[in-house]
Write a protein that binds this ligand. Structure first.
Ligand code: AMP
Length: 418
């Protein structure tokens, strides 16, 4: 083949796309029920926005970003994640957003990271994400996590669990960093080159290493939560208590730091055992400093992103992606010049009535037309041949019940059961 899709990207063909549409619709309904509204931002932004927001020494920025110059010599990047763009849009449209104490926004679309492709890990992948900007309440953390779990439960995923942790704030992060460093120092010669460089630049990131052999050496790492300052510890305890009081299945994961530097206090992942190594289908947390760091007033916020490609893989394993019902009501099949003309006019009339209709454009064979009608999962085939044009009727074949009957007006067609 001369051209294939770029490595790490793929085509989502109509059958799969139809299932995605159904999932996204359901997820969106749940988000709206929790008070979220949709925002759409560009898929490329200034490189500096991501460098500043995600952190210069993260893998995403150091290794994974798709960076390019446009013809005006601007340094741009395909977005590797959604939060930075939403915060940029929030600050740029302050007149719009400042009226409310809490702005709850969601987005949906492709993200780009130059990662090593494998099952569940792509270079162009899709996220649906939320950002709630303006509250530091631990209730917001828990509400958002519960919303994530509700989404997966309603889509049919059994046994989803939340892994939760706290990465502290500017006050306690240096203490946490030192703890990690003093533990890691003794095992450093055994770790990968990336970890060695992270040790000096950003020790917290060591815990996020994707290398299995490094992960094995992290067993026995001292827990970080005991190094939290009072404010972060109180917040963490409130979150854990609230999860417990509301019966939300969770575990504290002492190694969870997430791959982006903007997080403060709570971080979490929702995981599915069905995914193997890439088991996170949703990740997020609190970012109370990011808005200030990007030039705004100090404003607390919380968000998460769901990986739609991974979600599809899991639901597919569970047999929950069976093709959606046929979307077309009619396949119109015309035979002969007169029949084809009438078929064309009928299709136009039905579509004007917003009835899902397809036209079989090839003249000559009813069987081919019927085969096509079955393939596109139409509910009825309408045949217009010589008998029909002369007798002023349509022959209708019910493709589910297989019965065939005559119909004498367009109105009757319109009112046929779907
Ligand atoms: P993150 O933006 O890294 O917090 O990731 C949020 C979610 O996006 C993860 O839980 C994954 O489900 C998904 N995700 C992240 N990176 C990829 C990737 N390269 N391919 C597919 N899904 C991804």
């Amino acid at each position: 083949m001369k051209y294939t899709s770029a490595r790490g990207t793929r085509d989502i063909l109509p059958d799969e796309s139809g299932v995605w549409r159904k999932f996204i619709k359901r997820i969106t309904e749940i988000l709206i029920n929790f008070g979220y509204e949709e925002i759409q931002t560009p898929i490329f932004e200034q490189v500096e926005l991501f460098q500043r927001a995600v952190g210069d020494t993260t893998d995403i920025i150091e290794k994974e970003m798709y960076v390019f110059k446009d013809k005006g010599d601007r340094n741009l990047a395909l977005r590797p994640e959604g939060t930075a763009s939403i915060v940029r849009a929030y600050l740029q449209n302050m007149n719009y957003f400042q009226k409310r104490k809490l702005n709850k926004l969601f987005y949906c679309g492709p993200m780009f990271r130059y990662e090593r492709p494998q099952t569940g890990r792509y270079r162009q992948f899709h996220q649906i994400g939320v950002e709630a900007i303006g509250s530091q309440s631990p209730y917001l953390d828990v509400e958002t996590m519960i919303m994530g779990v509700q989404i997966f439960t309603e889509l049919g995923l059994p046994d989803v669990s939340i892994a939760v942790h706290s990465v502290g704030c500017d006050v306690c992060r240096p203490v946490i960093r030192e703890r990690i460093k003093s533990f890691v120092e003794s095992i450093l010669p055994n770790l990968c080159e990336d970890c060695k460089s992270r040790f000096h630049k950003n020790p917290l990131r060591i815990l996020d290493c994707k290398n299995h052999s490094c992960q094995n050496f992290f067993m026995g790492m001292p827990e970080m939560v005991s190094a939290l300052c009072k404010e972060c510890n109180d917040h963490f305890l409130s979150v854990i208590n609230c999860l417990e009081e509301n019966g939300v299945n969770h575990t504290v994961d002492n190694h969870l730091v997430r791959g982006l530097d903007y997080y403060t206090k709570t971080v979490f992942e929702i995981r599915s055992n069905l995914l193997g190594a890439q088991n996170a289908i949703c990740g997020g947390g609190r970012y109370d400093n990011l808005i200030h760091e990007l030039g705004g007033r100090k404003t607390p916020a919380f968000g998460f992103a769901i990986g739609l490609d991974r979600l599809y893989i899991v639901l597919n394993e569970l047999g929950l992606t069976k093709s959606v019902e046929g979307l077309l009501k009619f396949m119109i099949i015309g035979l002969g010049n007169k029949g084809l003309d009438q078929a064309f006019s009928l299709a136009i009339k039905l579509r004007r009535e917003n009835i899902a209709t397809e036209l079989f454009m090839k003249d000559g064979s009813i069987n081919e037309g019927l085969k096509e009608a079955l393939l596109v999962k139409a509910r009825y085939a309408v045949i217009i041949g010589e008998d029909e044009t002369e007798g002023n009727f349509f022959t209708v074949k019910d493709l589910r019940g297989k019965k065939q009957f005559k119909i004498f007006s367009v109105n009757e067609l319109i009112t046929l059961d779907n």
